[in-house]
Design a protein around this ligand. Structure first.
Ligand code: KG4
Ligand code: ZN
Length: 332
């Protein structure tokens, strides 16, 4: 089944053509980073307007790069939530209209389910069940995944998401937006042991996270070292990154051990972090656990993961209705 995927939940306008939920024929991501950078974060009103400008050219590009005509498409999958309502509505309304005009089956997909399914777009995907860490700008959660469409939530952040913490620390240091890539690059030049930032493990048997204390500690350190801050930035970046990575790696490995599961997948924007990929892979191997990592392009928001997740619902016979609406929050 050839599925057109559409994703507009935040600040990327994305469209992709995916065959049978696993073979990417094309994946186009039009980033709005330059639009939001001067504001240090996503401005929802601007994001929706930019999606409206980009959605038609991005879909056209995905079809042409995939070598697929509109008539060859067999279904449409689109992000229904969670995300920014004004942004979601652009992709969702486009998908509805497109499916209605072409008489195609269509399905609204959870963005989180999309991230979890991103790992099936790689050549050697994990078998079920597996434990997954979904770490992005809006979410940091651990799931026990038993099928393409079924996940049990084992733990989640009680305050900031991991990506949000990266973005906020980059903002405090005036490094630009989005912060994850910038901090991880600077961290390569720093010493992660120089500044012992706190790790919040909460109750060791819980798989929940908390990053607000770490963020406050970084803020305090910046305030107390304002005179020679510039030369300390690489060590701050390395120390902060190591504190986040230590907790993420510990919790996802413990969650897998708790479920007697020997497969872990890392997904979401923060899964592009080199140090996180390295630490989880090395530490998990010591416990006989294999780690599955989507390529960098599939970690960040994209529409191929939405087409992949949607395919499995469509194959199970699920369909959305034309009066279905988007949603901003989701608890899974
Ligand atoms: O999944 P994603 O593209 O969008 C959301 O669903 O939120 O994730 C974006 C987040 C941002 O907070 C960004 O700073 C973070 O992922 N990120 C990273 C890295 N690359 C992106 N965080 C840490 N290290 C990275 N290399
Ligand atoms: Zn995302």
């Amino acid at each position: 089944m050839i599925v057109l995927g559409i994703e507009t939940s935040c600040d990327e306008t994305a469209a992709a053509v995916v065959a049978d939920g696993c073979r990417i024929l094309s994946s186009v991501v039009s980033s709005q980073v330059a639009v939001h950078r001067p504001f240090g974060g996503v401005v929802p009103e601007l994001a929706s307007r930019k999606h409206i400008e980009a959605i038609v050219p991005v879909v056209r590009q995905a079809l042409s790069e995939g070598g697929i005509s509109q008539a060859e498409l067999e279904a449409v999958a689109v992000t229904q939530g969670p995300g920014l309502i004004g942004s979601l509505l652009v992709g969702f309304s486009f998908a509805k209209a497109f499916a209605m005009v072409r008489g195609l089956p269509w399905i609204g997909v959870s963005h989180l389910e999309g991230h979890i399914n991103s790992v099936f777009l790689e050549p050697d995907p994990p078998a079920f069940p597996f434990t997954t860490l979904l770490a992005s700008g809006g979410h940091t959660s651990i799931y026990h995944v038993t099928s393409h469409t079924q996940f049990d939530l084992m733990g989640q952040t009680r305050d900031d998401a991991a990506g949000e913490a990266f973005d906020k620390v980059a903002k405090m240091l005036d490094l630009g937006y989005p912060g994850g890539g910038i901090i991880s690059k600077l961290a390569q030049e720093g010493d992660p042991t120089q500044i012992p930032f706190p790790r919040s493990y909460l109750d060791r048997s819980s798989f929940d996270f908390s990053f607000s204390g770490l963020k406050t500690a970084v803020g305090r350190y910046i305030r107390d070292h304002s005179r020679d801050l510039a030369e300390r930035i690489p060590d701050i970046a390395a120390g902060f990154q190591e504190a986040v990575v230590d907790v993420l790696a510990y919790k996802v490995i413990e969650a897998a051990v708790c479920k007697k599961c020997n497969r872990i997948a890392l997904v979401g924007g923060v899964a592009a972090n080199g140090r996180l990929r390295e630490k989880v892979t090395v530490d998990a191997r010591k416990k006989g656990i294999s780690v599955y990592l989507p390529g960098h392009d599939l970690c960040g928001d994209n529409a191929a993961m939405i087409a992949a997740a949607g395919y499995h619902h469509l194959a199970n016979g699920a369909r959305s209705d034309f009066d279905d609406d988007v949603y901003s929050r989701q608890a899974i």
